[in-house]
Every structure is written in structure tokens, then in C-alpha cells.
Design a protein around this ligand. Sequence first.
Ligand code: IMP
Length: 425
Amino acid sequence: MVMATTILVGAQWGDEGKGKIIDVLTEQADVVVRYQGGNNAGHTVEVGDQKYVLHLIPSGILHPGKISVIGNGVVVDPAALLGEIEHLRGRGVSIDGNLYVSETAHLVFPYHKLLDEIREEQKGKRKIGTTKRGIGPAYADKVARTGLRLVDLLATERFSGKLRRKVQENNEIFKAFGAKPLSFAKINDEYVECGRKLRPFITDTVTLLNRAVRDGKNILFEGAQGTLLDIDFGTYPFVTSSNATAGGACVGTGVPPHKVDRVVGVMKAYTTRVGEGPFPTELLDNQGTLLRETGREFGATTGRPRRCGWFDAVATRYAVMVNGIDELAVTKLDVLDGLPKVKVCVAYKVGGKVYETVPNDIDLLQRCTPMYQEFDGWQTSTKLAQDFDQLPKRARVYLQKLAQLSGAKLSIVSVGARREETIFL
Ligand code: IMP
């Protein structure tokens, strides 16, 4: 695979195995940048016998000499970021001089987390199933123009004045819900201290990234979550609060669209989803349990069991369209190794009507039942395959069908968590 400035996105509901694919693509990148989301994300990367779970810091940090950037489109919980920095430092990962955080990225505060919790509780059965990291309320403040940014954190007096008003305003809301008010002084002290520690990393990343582009460096944009969780293109309101799709990469970093060479979409060989919301191919029987156990499908951030189901080509076709995906990376093929039959959803059906695209009406989507095409399983291990031709014929047929139905070129197949367990086409 020839490296060029590349946007990497999730083509499903998140947890597609993006962390591992970013890790292997980083070999050829100079700069890796996160452009949206926050520490709701959890990217798992295995290097040798070491396992890393990253939430805010781009997976590129595990490659010495590469620059990792947290772009302006990300919402940053500074304590969580410092925790991650310390953790990585403790494990010998080189951070200083390799990591930069945008001064215009917005901050996540304790009142955002509390609001996230209260709103979920209030919703009862209609809850979204958020990660409770305060992501939605932090983006809401950004859009309402009442957010605080990292650049504010460096101007202590201005920061404290704005924060005081925000805490007061939110305490009124907490009072109405019978929740305990938050202490301005405590939050202020904690954040000012975080600001002091983060100062060496905070910079104008828009200029930094555009200079890198001008100098012919390869940039890898690391998408978090997935297309169907995008605030505009996902299964609203069961979505996250940012643009996880390719368009988000430009607004979330300040790199213009015509500087991007290609888009890679990552998808699992089956489908998973965490949290609530429609999931047409979900398997609520033993088959779903088997996929969850074989694929170790438990959230990297919250530990929640993931809902599992067959591959949904209606959803991935849509992802290829809205992201302009040129190349596909299919992950976790090995999870299907033991199955006698595998299925792919080719269309949805509701009340006798067939849908080949994802309906935007959430109630209609909830009622969709999948129309499947069934394939014979390969029932042999794929883990040792080094190139595409070494895969069992039935696995190749299955993969080619996934690519054909989704409408993009297959370029990577992952058959295990380790770097070596990757096939490039
Ligand atoms: P929030 O992003 O915490 O507001 O959660 C909104 C929805 O997005 C919930 O269904 C979460 O489970 C889901 N979500 C958020 N981040 C991730 C992720 O990194 N992987 C998978 N699902 C996620």
C-alpha cells in the first residue's frame, strides 16, 4: 500500500479495529492526527507482547520519531490526557517533542460529565448508552459558543472568570435535578494545574499540520467511532456528538480537503455496536454470544459487552458513499474461522418493502429486518496467512463479496491483533 495523506475512518458503528490498522499504516506516515471525539474512544494496539489502549493520544505515538497531534476538532479532558501521557511515559514510550495538542480544541469539564449522566438517567429506556465521558455536553457548549478551549487554560485569569460563570450556570441545572453542586475552586485548581503540565504540548496545530503538508509529509488522519455514529450521518439520536466521517478530518484539523489523497475505511468481517440504537443484523441468540466471545467483543473504554451481528453491507455501502472510501481494510476475519455458515445482509425489509439504502427514519430503521446472502464457512484457521492467496478459497470469496457489495477496493485484511497478522493486497 503506497502511503499518501490518508483519512482513516470506521465504516460501521465504531470498534472496527481502527487502532491496529492505524498502527500498521503509521510505518509510512510522518504525522498522525486525531480530528474528532474525545476519550470516549478506545483504540487497542498490540506491539509484540505489549497491549496498549489509547483514548485521546493518536496510536502513532507508539512509533518512535512520528509526530502525534490532537486536532482542534477533538474535545479534551485534560486530566484524562495527562493520565494517558504519564501511563505511556511509565511504559517507556517517548512523548516529549512527539505530541502536540491544538490550542483551539475544547475542554471537557466535570459539569459535562455530570450532565451526560443526568441526561442519560432522565431518558430512562430511551437512553443513548453514552460512555458518560461528557462528550455530548462539551460539544454542545462548543456549538453554543460557551465552551472553554485549551488556549484559555493558558490565560489563567480569563480562564477562571469564564469557568466561574459556567460552574454557576450548571449548578442551577444540577439543583433542579437534585444533584450536588460542583465546586468552582476545586475544578479551577485542578484545571490550572493541568494547564501548567500540558503547556509544552499545547500549540497552533493548524499551522503545524499545514507546514507538514507543504513540506510533503504524509499525514494520517485517525478517525474515532464510526460512520453510523456520526452526528450528521449516523443513526441519530443514537450517535456520538462529532463528525466521525471523512469530512470531519478537514474541519477537525484545518487541513484543506484538496490536500487529502485518499480515504481508507475500516470494517470488521461482521458487525458490532455498543450502546443503544438500531442494529438490523444484531444476533440475540447463541450465534451472537459466540461472536462476542470469539472476538472478545467488550468495550475498550467502558468494558461493556458489545452487541454482535452479521456483516451489514447496506451500512458499509452507505459508509463508502459518505466518506468517499477508496480502499477497505477488513479486520477480525479470524473470528469467523470456525463457523460452518456466514451471512451478509444485502438489503433491509419492512412490511414487504425492500430498502437498499439506510432509512433515515429511526423508527423505520428499528423495524428493518435483514435480507441475507449465506456463504459456506472456511472452517480452517486464517491466522498464519501471509498473503491473500494463502487464505482459504471460501474466505477469499467472502472477502471479495464484502468489498463488492460495499463498493470499494479491498486493500488490507487483518487476521489477528498483532502487527504481523496483516495481509496487504
Ligand atoms: P458518547 O460518544 O459517549 O456520547 O456516546 C454516544 C454513542 O456512541 C454511544 O452509543 C456509545 O457507545 C458510542 N461510542 C462512543 N465512542 C465510541 C467508540 O469509541 N466505539 C464505539 N462506540 C462508541
